[in-house]
Structures are given as C-alpha cells and as structure tokens.
Design a protein around this ligand. Structure first.
Ligand code: AMP
Length: 280
C-alpha cells in the first residue's frame, strides 16, 4: 500500500474516516530527522499490524529556547523516503499554526514530576510535550502509541497522563537504540562536529563502568560518574542523577528490589544531549 501524506487536519481526518471498521491505529509521534531510533518504534508498530501513523512536528510549545527551536535539524524529503521504505501507512506533517492557531491558550500541566531532571532546566517543556501528545491522541484516537525510553521522563509522564486522565490509549515503550559505540541515536547528534562526536560517545562508556562497582549510597555513584565524565571531556553537565525507574523518586540508599537508572543531560559543543541507563 502507498504511504499517504497528510499535511492538514482535514486531510488527516478524511483518511482516518476511510479506515476499515475495527482497523486499529498505532501512532508514532516524532519531530522528524528520522533515524534508527524512530524506525524501531515504527517497526514495533507495524509488527502489531496497526495502521501506522507517524507524525512529524517540531512542537514549538516544548522549546523553552527560541534559538534551540530554530536550529533543530530537519530533512523532510529524506524522512519521507525512509518512512515510505518502512511501509508507514500515513505520515502527518501539520504546520504549527494548525496545531496552535492564533489565540491558542490551553495546556496540560503535570504537577509532581515535570519540574525534576529535564523539567527543572527546561521550563514548561513537559507541559508542551503533554499538550501536543494529548492533542494528537484526541485527533487520531489511536489504539496504541509508541515512545522511546531514550526520553525516559517523557515516557513516564505520558504514561502518567494516560492513567490520570483515563485516556484509552495503550502506551508502548521501546528500549533506546544506540550506535556501535553506545551513543544514543538522536536527531541532535547531527549537530555534533568533529571531536565533539568522540566526546559524546564517552557518555555510554562511562555509564557501563558503574556495573562493575559496588556502592551503598546513590550520592557516591553520582560523584564517581561526574568525575569520570569530566575526565572524559564531558565537563558541561546540566544534571546527572540516579533515580528509581518505577517512581522517578530519588532514593538515598541502594536497596534490594529498587530499580535504579542514571539520568544525564550534558552539553557537548553547545548541543544538549540526554540519555539514561538502567543500573540493575
Ligand atoms: P523525537 O523526534 O526526538 O521527539 O523522538 C520521537 C520519538 O522517538 C520519541 O518517543 C523518542 O523517545 C523516540 N526516540 C528518539 N531517539 C530514540 C532512540 N535512540 N531510541 C529509541 N527511541 C528513540
């Protein structure tokens, strides 16, 4: 089947109305600049035989910094080719003014976990994320939606929103796809130049070291990692924190049964990279 490209809400609606009764829809929201991380979500969606919709929308509401929004990479032609190769059923590429018409003023706000980690440093970021995701859910009414663990806090907050607001969409999380050095694939990696790419690869190499260490206190892991990262040239940390994977809370001690994960945001050559790594 040919991939449908919808660039407006009426065009999307028309195509959704044409779907067969009982055809389940799977949604894969992206900001474009498609890479193998996005394609892992697409593959998972296609495997479930859902009518697969990929959205490409660089959501202005989730950028707290206008410059960051302006320099966000885009490659629409290549994206369309890649997604067509994966037999995506429909690609939705709306304009910002369609999603946020003049006078737009309604936003979702989660009040407990949106101001930690990335949220602490990117004011209103998660409000922008949750708003666009909820809008896409309401417009598309998917059966399931696919998100990457690469953005673990985002996945956590989307699951929370779906539970809190009784939204009937199945949320499926996909493990982070990495390159052969372990660098988490990200559209922003395209902005890394020369030596910076080499430095970025050290994030994962340092994460892996923790497996071989025995610590009692979370603080000690954090201190150790910060030192190692600095020695690797990663000296512009925004945050580095170990948290509970299930609750996103910050435990003091390492106790049996707690699922721990380290979270990082770091600037490399002016490019903000995030990653997270399961410790046990
Ligand atoms: P983005 O285009 O960066 O907003 O990402 C769109 C979706 O792809 C989000 O659910 C991300 O978590 C997911 N994603 C991005 N990079 C990766 C990756 N390396 N591995 C798995 N999922 C990813």
């Amino acid at each position: 089947m040919q991939t449908i490209i919808a660039r407006s809400l009426p065009s999307l609606k028309k195509n959704l109305n044409n779907l067969k009764k009982n055809q389940k829809v799977g949604l894969v929201p992206t900001m474009g600049c498609i890479h193998d991380g996005h394609l892992a979500l697409v593959k998972k969606c296609k495997k479930s035989k859902y009518f697969t919709i990929v959205t490409i929308f660089v959501n202005p509401a989730q950028f707290n910094n206008q410059k960051d929004l302006e320099k966000y990479p885009s490659q629409e032609k290549k994206d369309l080719e890649m997604l067509k190769q994966y037999n995506v059923d429909l690609i939705f590429i709306p304009k910002a003014r369609q999603m946020y018409p003049a006078g737009y003023s309604t936003y979702i706000k989660e009040i407990t976990f949106s101001d930690v980690l990335c949220g602490k440093h990117r004011k209103n970021h998660f409000s922008g994320v949750l708003t666009i995701v909820l809008k896409l859910f309401l417009i598309v009414q998917p059966y399931a939606a696919f998100f990457g663990e690469k953005d673990f806090q985002q996945l956590f907050l989307i699951k929370k929103m779906v539970k809190d607001l009784n939204i009937g969409v199945k949320i499926i999380g996909i493990p982070t796809v990495r390159d052969s050095y372990g660098l988490a694939l990200s559209s922003r990696n395209k902005l890394l130049k020369g030596r910076d790419l080499e430095i970025a690869k050290k994030i994962y190499l340092n994460f892996k070291k923790i497996r071989y260490l025995n610590y009692k206190h979370i603080k000690d892991i954090e201190l150790y990692l910060k030192k190692e990262l600095k020695n690797s040239g990663l000296n512009n940390l925004e945050y580095l924190e170990v948290r509970d994977s299930n609750s996103l809370n910050k435990p003091k001690h390492i106790r049996n049964g707690k699922k721990l994960r380290v979270f990082i945001a770091v600037y490399v050559g002016g490019v903000r990279l995030i990653d997270n790594y399961k410790l046990n």
